[in-house]
Design a protein around this ligand. Structure first.
Ligand code: IMP
Ligand code: MG
Length: 186
């Protein structure tokens, strides 16, 4: 695993410090909601982020999970995402915080934001651990862990073809692993 990582972008210590700050920003936003907040998390990339974030958030909360199809194994532009697992939670009238790992093209967040809106929550805020520089400006996020350049990252829950989620830092995957180099002979 380690030999597949080109460089560390954010160490586990840097991530922990930023998640702690982010939790403070989030807690400050939801102080007025006596009913608490409903965190809706997009699986599977957000699992470690969610686990760390909620343990820094001493507010009343419920947690719901959704799964969105994604063909991002290859780092192509991807296809239109679909909801594979619905939210098994009633969020009508709730203050929702939607959590995802990475904002890239914004298609995933846009899909889930629309799905949630239809369930009539009181409000929807959105938080992502990473936002790529290529993300469209019209997609609204309230909380961002780190802004990153357009590189393929793994670790801290983020995967490439379902691997590397257990790598404790956020690292850049070696380019030749996700973008096969052209065969010199051809
Ligand atoms: P979007 O719909 O293009 O914004 O893609 C968002 C999803 O693609 C994220 O939730 C990730 O699961 C995945 N993704 C995008 N970029 C990366 C990356 O660099 N590493 C791992 N997963 C990524
Ligand atoms: Mg994802």
């Amino acid at each position: 695993m380690l030999q597949d990582i080109d460089r560390i972008l954010f160490s586990r210590e840097q991530i922990a410090a930023r998640v702690h700050q982010l939790a403070s920003e989030i807690a400050a936003t939801f102080t007025d909601t006596t009913s608490g907040v409903t965190l809706v998390t997009i699986l599977s990339g957000s699992i470690i982020f969610l686990a760390d974030l909620i343990r820094n958030l001493p507010i009343r909360m419920k947690i719901g999970l959704v799964t969105v199809s994604s063909y991002k194994g290859a780092t192509t532009t991807g296809t239109t995402p679909r909801l594979l697992k619905d939210l098994d939670l009633d969020i009508r009238g709730d203050h929702v915080l939607l959590i995802d790992d990475i904002l890239d093209t914004g298609r995933t967040l846009r899909l889930v934001q629309n799905e949630l809106q239809a369930l009539q929550p009181a409000s929807i805020h959105t938080g992502v651990l990473l936002r790529k520089s290529t993300a469209p400006a019209d997609i609204h996020v309230d909380f961002v862990g780190f802004d990153v350049e357009d590189v393929f990252v793994v670790g801290y829950g983020l995967d490439y073809n379902d691997h590397y989620r257990n790598y404790p830092h956020i690292g850049v995957l070696r380019r030749e692993l996700y973008q096969p180099q052209p065969d010199a002979a051809s």
